[in-house]
Design a protein around this ligand. Structure first.
Ligand code: DAK
Length: 257
């Protein structure tokens, strides 16, 4: 598939989706969001792909929604056209999605990264929700997801002041899972995605589903939900293979069934 605003590259069972509007620091316009959504849907439907990486370039993951495109919108137009609600499409993908972030991840860029399953950050990464400086507030989950990642105090400070945090601070407060040297970000992300892709896909999907459930339920409901999913893994051939392989001291050969 040929896209104008993203580049796709397949590495074994992993697909890299690279945001590609470098002159605009990968500002997220409608075309890019449409193409990204389409690429994710195609990856989800492609049985040869087991994990997805979303990344940008050295300078920017994405510096936010495209301000030039947004500037003249009215309440009525954005409400009636359900402005950029398509962004949420990414959260419906069952395959694991890693955000590999170098440079700026601001506003909608930070929100996009937070919609992924986890964030690997290059040392150069900078995260922020600077919408307040534009006279608006975050609109793609920033107030909700950042608060859950980093807690109320830091989320409030970031959102009310618009200040950025660097990769080390982002790791300390739990926004990113790991900080990686800039030059190793892509290779390490591909390695991590490949490690996941080589596991039993049904188990990976169930694990992702169960972690996500934690964000939408009380603890007791979540634990109950997890237990049922756990029982269900015993219906998989991959469960037998995984446990037999452990006992026979060999690598498992998962068949995703
Ligand atoms: N939109 C459009 N263009 C952008 C941009 C953006 N967000 N960020 C950068 N650019 C463009 C610049 O205009 C410039 O273009 P030219 O002038 O060369 O044509 C080019 O990228 C290079 O930028 P700078 O010259 O500014 O580069 P610097 O290195 O000096 O500064 C910067 C880098 C990242 C600090 C600066 O560009 C910056 O502050 N950018 C804006 C960051 C920002 O405010 N982001 C938040 C945008 S609001 C929603 C979903 C999402 C959203 C809302 C609702 N729904 C689902 C309802 C999201 C909203 C936002 O993200």
């Amino acid at each position: 598939m040929n896209y104008e605003t993203i580049i796709t590259e397949t590495k074994g069972k992993v697909i890299l989706l690279m945001l590609n509007r470098p002159d605009q620091l990968n500002a997220l316009n409608a075309e890019l969001i449409d193409e990204l959504g389409d690429a994710i849907k195609n990856a989800e439907n492609n049985e040869n792909i087991s994990a997805i990486i979303i990344t940008g370039n050295d300078k920017a993951f994405a510096a936010g929604a495209d301000i030039k495109e947004m500037k003249d919108k009215s309440f009525a137009s954005s409400y009636m056209e359900n402005f950029i609600s398509r962004w949420e499409a990414i959260t419906f993908c069952r395959k694991p999605i890693i955000a590999a972030v170098a440079g700026y991840a601001l506003g909608g860029g930070c929100e996009l990264a937070m919609m992924c399953d986890f964030i690997l950050a290059a040392e150069s990464a900078k995260f922020g929700q600077p919408e307040i400086k534009l006279g608006i507030i975050p609109g793609a989950g920033g107030t909700q997801r950042l608060s859950r990642f980093v807690g109320k105090s830091k989320a409030m400070e970031m959102i009310l002041t618009g200040r950025m945090m660097d990769a080390d601070e982002a790791e300390r407060c739990g926004l990113v899972s790991r900080v990686i040297k800039d030059e190793e970000l892509i290779s390490e992300s591909i390695k991590t995605a490949t490690d996941i892709a080589n596991l039993s896909s049904p188990s990976v999907f169930l694990a992702k589903d169960s972690v996500n459930y934690a964000y939408n339920s009380a603890l007791s409901q979540g634990v109950e939900y997890e237990r049922k999913l756990f029982y269900s893994t015993f219906s998989l051939n991959d469960q037998k293979e995984g446990m037999e392989a452990f006992i026979e001291k060999r690598k498992p050969n998962f068949k995703n069934c």
